[in-house]
Ligand binder design. Sequence first.
Ligand code: AP5
Ligand code: MG
Ligand code: ZN
Length: 217
Amino acid sequence: MLVILMGPPGAGKGTQAERVTREFNLLHISTGDILRSAVKDETSLGKKAKEYMDRGALVPDEIVIGMIRERLAKPDCAGGVLLDGFPRTVEQAEALEHVLKDLQLKNDAVINVDVAADELLSRLTGRRVCRNCSSTYHIKFNPPRVRNICDHCSGELYQRSDDTVETVKERLDVYSRQTLPLIEFYQRKNLYHAVDGARAIDEVFADISAHLQKTKG
Ligand code: AP5
Ligand code: MG
Ligand code: ZN
């Protein structure tokens, strides 16, 4: 099974991905997480990516496409994959089709977690992430049991450097210009399914789950 989870910054892709991958036994591949770990390790990829991420811009297509091509070719992807945050441009979506064809994999579903822009700002500025396992929390909407400590691994929580008001605005703008056209792209392929992401985390998850059960048959 290969599932794409899309949606604007802060819609809940990472939050839902945690639950969906557990429930359906899929491997969670988030391009944002891969890039952040490269930045942290100061690899050559990380050095290139950082300047784009810091200003809320997309990392160039050829870089992320190469990254995904390499990642999907690894044997641990054979059991099924959930892509979080990729593709984000029509060019990336087209490249993904070639990669999947080469690897003899099939795209089963594209789920868009739909949330209005005004809600996204408060979600992102209140977000906290585990330094160790990348689990995601929110100071109000999804707080950890102990302040600043991860429920799963007791790691320390931190605030992402691109979760400032100014950078979030740029990320939302970039989403409208570069990622929104993907909706039509996947509607034409009959893969597109939107869920209302403005509801409670469990309700959104129930919707996604039901759709994937149906897709699985
Ligand atoms: P990435 O890490 O993918 O960031 P993003 O798309 O901006 O999305 P986020 O991770 O910010 O939000 P999310 O939807 O995962 O929400 P979350 O579950 O955390 O990308 C970062 C950067 O990397 C990009 O800007 C770009 O530079 C680069 N990049 C990555 N992929 C790329 C690509 N393919 N091409 C080019 N560049 C790329 O939830 C947010 C908050 O809300 C949390 O606090 C959570 O607890 C809370 N929350 C979640 N659901 C709910 C709910 N239902 N109700 C209330 N609160 C909720
Ligand atoms: Mg995320
Ligand atoms: Zn953790």
